[in-house]
Structure formats: structure tokens, C-alpha cells
Design a protein around this ligand. Structure first.
Ligand SMILES: NC(=O)c1ccc[n+]([C@@H]2O[C@H](COP(=O)([O-])OP(=O)(O)OC[C@H]3O[C@@H](n4cnc5c(N)ncnc54)[C@H](OP(=O)(O)O)[C@@H]3O)[C@@H](O)[C@H]2O)c1
Length: 239
């Protein structure tokens, strides 16, 4: 039986992944700030689901995460999923600051905490949720896209560190396109989005093979390719 921790499991992608792993019979530690939503998951799977409520923007999150690992005994897979994605049409610093504190500092804080546990144990799989947005700048959400570039680059560095450690540590960067969750609700009409449950179905078997990157849904691979070759002036028109 695998022990899995999902950071940010109260809604959307994290909740869908948590439910899918719980249905497989794994022991799953779920986290997030909304305690009642975490307790709801424990009520559904009282024998195999544990929770710890914490805010990844706070330094105390590291200790809370370590305590959760202690309760579980060890951890095979940590998915750092927590993230926010607000547009910033009026150029407000608070919005970008919150995005950076959550998606950059908070993400690095939790990834580093998981990586340290893996180094001590000698094994583990770290998964971060970046985005296809990591490949280009976007006027409506400059901090969000930049934060996802950080996530992908940071995971790439941790993967190199894992290889140098010569331990059984793996790092995967999941880059979703549009997934129907509260994060994209009330934004522009989104075409071709898939549900978080479908994303979990696609991603879970792939994670068994410890790939470096998973782009999901697959068709977003072509958008990524275009983002790499199109001139910035064309990409700018989408902003
Ligand atoms: N939906 C998409 O189209 C899409 C596309 C690409 C990438 N992504 C990425 O996928 C990840 C999950 O997003 P989602 O779409 O599933 O959105 P969501 O439904 O809004 O879920 C976000 C999760 O992050 C947690 N979270 C946010 N701020 C937190 C904080 N300060 N401390 C602890 N947990 C925090 C939330 O929990 P609490 O609020 O309970 O704390 C929630 O569980 C994000 O990293 C997002 O950038 C989403």
C-alpha cells in the first residue's frame, strides 16, 4: 500500500486526485486551509484518509507537513498541488503578491519539505502542478504565468538534485491545460477543458512510470510547441 500526501486537496484537481487514490485503497494525507472540506474526505474514508490543515504561505506549514509524515510512518508520493490563479486587470500589487507568495514561495517551501523527507528516507516521488502557462507571458495574469515558469524550473533543478543524490527519488512536473475547477470559474469561456476527475484518470497510471513531464490533456502539447516557436508579438495579441 502506498502512502500519498496531496498538498491542496480541498477542491479541484487535488480533491479529484485524493479521491481517486483513496478509492484505490491507498493511505492518503490531505491538506489545505479549509478544514471542513478536509474532514469531509476523512468522513468518506475514515480508515485511510488523514488530514492536516495548514496554509503553505506560512513557515509553520513545514512543521505541520513533517507531523503528517510522522503520523503516516513514511511517504511514497507527495503532490504539491496548491495554487491560486487570479487575473490582475487593474494592476494591483496585492493580487500579484498573493500569487507569488502561494505559487512560488509556498510551492518551494512544500517541495523542499517533501524533498528533505525523501532524502532522509532514501526514496520518494515528488510531483508538482505547473501549467502550460509556464511557457509564455500573459498580460491578464503576468504573475500566474511567471509563477508556473518558476514551478517547472524549480522541479527541473530538484530532479537534477535527486539524480545526484543516487537515491530512489523521482520528480514529475504536471503541466495541465484547462481543467474545469473553481480556479478557472468566472474567467473567459474555456473551450476544450476536461474535468479534474478525467485528469486524475489520465495522470495516475502515468505517474507510476515517474515521467519528467506530463502535459494533460495531451492536445495541449501542440499549444506548447506553438508557444515555443511563435513570435512574442503574436502571443501578446492573446493577452
Ligand atoms: N484548473 C486549471 O485549468 C489549471 C491549469 C493549470 C494548472 N492548474 C494548477 O492546478 C493546481 C490546482 O488548481 P485547481 O484548478 O484544482 O484549483 P482549486 O480548485 O482552486 O484548488 C486549489 C487548491 O489549492 C489550495 N490552496 C490555495 N492556496 C493555498 C494556501 N495558501 N495554503 C494551502 N493550500 C492552498 C486550495 O485549498 P484551500 O483553499 O482549502 O487552502 C485548493 O485545495 C494549481 O496549482 C493550479 O495553478 C490548474
Amino acid at each position: 500500500m502506498k502512502n500519498i500526501i496531496i498538498i491542496g486537496a480541498t477542491s479541484g484537481i487535488g480533491r479529484a486526485l485524493a479521491l481517486a487514490y483513496l478509492k484505490k485503497g491507498y493511505q492518503v494525507g490531505v491538506t489545505g486551509r479549509r478544514i471542513e472540506l478536509l474532514q469531509e474526505l476523512v468522513t468518506l474514508f475514515p480508515k485511510t484518509c488523514l488530514y492536516s490543515a495548514f496554509d503553505i504561505t506560512q513557515e509553520t506549514a513545514i512543521h505541520a507537513f513533517q507531523n503528517l509524515v510522522l503520523k503516516m510512518g513514511s511517504v511514497d508520493l507527495v503532490i504539491v498541488n496548491s495554487g491560486i490563479g487570479n487575473w490582475n486587470p487593474r494592476n494591483e500589487w496585492e493580487i500579484d503578491k498573493n500569487t507569488i507568495e502561494t505559487n512560488v514561495t509556498g510551492f518551494a517551501r512544500m517541495s523542499m519539505a517533501a524533498f528533505s523527507v525523501f532524502l532522509n528516507q532514501g526514496f520518494g516521488h515528488l510531483v508538482g502542478i505547473s501549467s502550460v502557462a509556464s511557457y509564455f507571458g500573459y498580460g491578464k495574469a503576468a504573475a500566474y504565468n511567471a509563477s508556473k515558469s518558476f514551478v517547472s524550473n524549480y522541479l527541473s533543478g530538484l530532479r537534477h538534485r535527486a539524480i545526484l543524490s543516487k537515491k530512489d527519488i523521482f520528480v514529475t512536473d504536471i503541466q495541465p491545460g484547462f481543467i474545469t475547477t473553481p480556479l478557472i470559474a468566472n474567467k473567459q469561456e474555456v473551450k476544450g477543458a476536461i474535468s479534474a476527475e478525467r485528469m486524475a484518470e489520465i495522470v495516475i497510471p502515468k505517474l507510476e512510470r515517474h515521467p519528467k513531464i506530463i502535459i494533460v490533456p495531451y492536445r495541449w502539447k501542440f499549444a506548447v510547441l506553438l508557444a515555443k516557436i511563435l513570435p512574442d508579438s503574436l502571443i501578446q495579441r492573446m493577452s
